[in-house]
Design a protein around this ligand. Structure first.
Ligand code: GDP
Length: 296
């Protein structure tokens, strides 16, 4: 279910409940089951949905509903709060400071949009007066360096990489060192991906992190991966200390539920979302407006 439909389904479930003459436990359960179905179809992880349902039942007092309060509003507010709670891990991510060198390492599976997102992140900060630089430590995918080079050149962002060197750890360390010397304040390290979660990938991520000592590791996730989001995010979190999430491809047929899973799995906030292939199709992520949109 795409985001725009989720709000509609939840509204319909609430409307049906409001139409009932008496709101008893059965009617409330039917309404919550309907909402649960809608959330699952939007790829929100089963456990998150189940916990949410339990919490809402605790919060929503049937006596209040019977006493002529606005039932719809009470439940809608409870859902809103629960979704916000899932998306807000309680602590903000590391925030780089302009003028002080920070190393930001990007991790994610191949095809997640990692390379594109590195440039978007650099471009976003460059427009705000930062001095970003891009390091291509993806020696696994043929053409990765060319892609980064092309993007970086278009955005006039300095870059570092090699056609010859096959050791990603070495390239990452050299690139970071060079850009520190050049006084860049946002050194972005793009790493390899694989088509699936593999031990070799996670070992490589560990080594690159060890060599570059990133201030922040950003996990990049394709919003269309569905229920796989939780496990994938957790697997990355277990090998490197992921501190933030960027969800890509939120345009078009994106399902939003994976974002909730990624936050739950990494205990890190979503900081940006990708909304298209172009460099400027990139938005700061704010929990409340996102959930409002989600609920329609
Ligand atoms: P990587 O393998 O993770 O480095 O992925 P790439 O950066 O090469 O991206 C894979 C594909 O996804 C490319 O065709 C990108 O143009 C596309 N892509 C990346 N981010 C977005 C996004 O936010 N929206 C859309 N529609 N496409 C995106």
């Amino acid at each position: 279910m795409v985001l725009a439909q989720l709000g509609g389904s939840i509204s319909r479930a609430l409307q049906q409940m409001s139409n009932a003459t008496v709101i008893d436990e059965k009617v409330l359960n039917e309404c919550l089951n309907e909402i649960t179905r809608a959330l699952l179809q939007s790829d929100v992880q089963f456990k998150l949905v189940r916990d949410m349902q339990t919490n809402i039942k605790k919060i929503v007092n049937l006596d209040d509903l019977a006493a002529g309060h606005n039932k719809r509003r009470i439940i809608q507010q409870a859902i809103f709060n629960e979704l916000c709670k899932i998306l807000d891990p309680g602590k903000p991510s590391f925030t780089p400071k302009k003028g002080k060198a920070s190393v930001i390492m990007f991790v994610g599976l191949q095809g997640s949009g990692k390379t594109t997102t590195c440039t978007k992140y650099a471009f976003y900060h460059q427009k705000k007066g930062w001095k970003p630089a891009l390091v291509c430590a993806d020696t696994f995918r043929a053409g990765a360096f060319d892609q980064l080079k092309q993007n970086a050149t278009k955005a006039k962002i300095p870059f570092y990489g090699s056609y010859m060197e096959s050791d990603p750890v070495r390239i990452a360390a050299e690139g970071v060192e060079r850009f520190k010397k050049e006084n860049c304040d946002l050194i972005i390290v793009d790493t390899s991906g694989r088509h699936k979660q593999e031990a070799s990938l996670f070992e490589e991520m560990r080594q690159v992190a060890e060599a570059t000592k990133p201030d922040l590791v950003i996990f990049v996730m394709d919003s269309s991966i569905g229920q796989a989001a939780f496990d994938q995010a957790q697997a990355f979190k277990q090998s490197v200390s992921v501190g933030a999430v960027i969800v890509t491809k939120m345009d078009g047929h994106a399902k939003g539920g994976g974002a909730l899973s990624a936050v739950a799995a990494t205990k890190s906030p979503v900081i940006f979302i990708g909304t298209g292939e172009h460099m400027d199709e990139f938005e700061v992520f704010d929990v409340k407006p996102f959930v409002s949109r989600l609920l329609g």
